[in-house]
Design a protein around this ligand. Structure first.
Ligand code: F6R
Length: 248
């Protein structure tokens, strides 16, 4: 697992947007896995800027989001489908039938999970998977205790994750306590993984992911077993690491 430390969250996001742009430039038909949450927002903003400047097209790309809340349809403003439209898809040229997000309203979530796995396989697998990192080191919505061989499935969110994501729900909107997420086994099959973590609140999770022994209580530590992983950090998120150096 390699990591790079940028001085600021903005510089780290810019770096990740360049990596995704380079991936799409090298292979316009890339299959890309995408996260939601606060950390990727500036990455998507830059990717939209790049698209508008004529740089990065998503016309031939296929995308797979990591997760969706169970019980929220794509029109629900707090759904990850709505998030993706707001931050990326409404502003770039990725055709709707090439964008995949688990269906949180599927009547049979197990069947939806198998369908999602099969769709990733039939697309040829993930060329590049962009991940965020939870404060408890979750990846996707694989909470502590998730096996490293888990596949896409129904999961319950921990109290700390519910609390971290509560601000995305307006008063009166019910926050689901379950989600459908790619599994850790699914994630580990990606050919390349880029993790972005910024801010002091991620420092301990980053330290345990990179420097700790692989441990199912630290889902991010599973990435030590992935083929090619680059962790992109700002100085705050890297502050718990021994011997880090800021890259220009
Ligand atoms: C989101 C996801 C989560 C987030 C993580 C960090 O699709 O899978 O693993 O990446 O919860 O969220 P933020 O960026 O809001 O701190």
């Amino acid at each position: 697992m390699q990591f790079i430390v940028k001085q600021t969250a903005d510089a780290a996001a810019d770096y990740v947007s360049r990596l995704i742009g380079e991936q799409l430039g090298a292979n316009p038909r890339s299959v890309i896995g995408l996260p939601t949450g606060g950390t990727p927002v500036p990455v998507y903003a830059r990717l939209v800027e790049r698209f508008r400047a004529g740089g990065t097209s998503w016309k031939s790309a296929t995308t797979f989001n990591l997760d969706e809340y169970i019980g929220l349809g794509p029109e629900h403003p707090a759904s990850y489908a709505a998030y993706m439209r707001q931050h990326l898809f409404d502003h770039v040229d990725c055709p709707p039938d090439q964008r995949h997000i688990p269906n949180g309203l599927a009547p049979d979530i197990e069947e939806e999970a198998s369908r999602y796995e099969a769709t990733i396989v039939s697309a040829g697998g993930l060329d590049l998977l962009f991940l965020g990192l939870g404060r408890n080191a979750h990846i996707g919505f694989n909470e502590p205790g998730s096996g490293f061989d888990t596949r896409t499935r129904r999961v319950s969110l921990t109290a700390s994750t519910l609390q971290a994501n509560a601000p995305y729900f307006q008063p009166g909107q019910t926050q689901p306590s379950e989600a459908i997420t790619m599994g850790i086994g699914t994630i580990l099959e990606a050919r390349k993984i880029v993790v972005l973590a910024t801010g002091q609140s991620k420092a301990e999770a980053v330290r345990r992911m990179i420097e700790g022994a692989p441990d199912i209580e630290v889902p991010g530590s599973a990435l030590q077993q992935a083929r090619e992983v680059l962790v992109v950090l700002d100085a705050d998120a890297a502050s718990g690491l021994s011997g880090q150096r800021i890259a220009s």
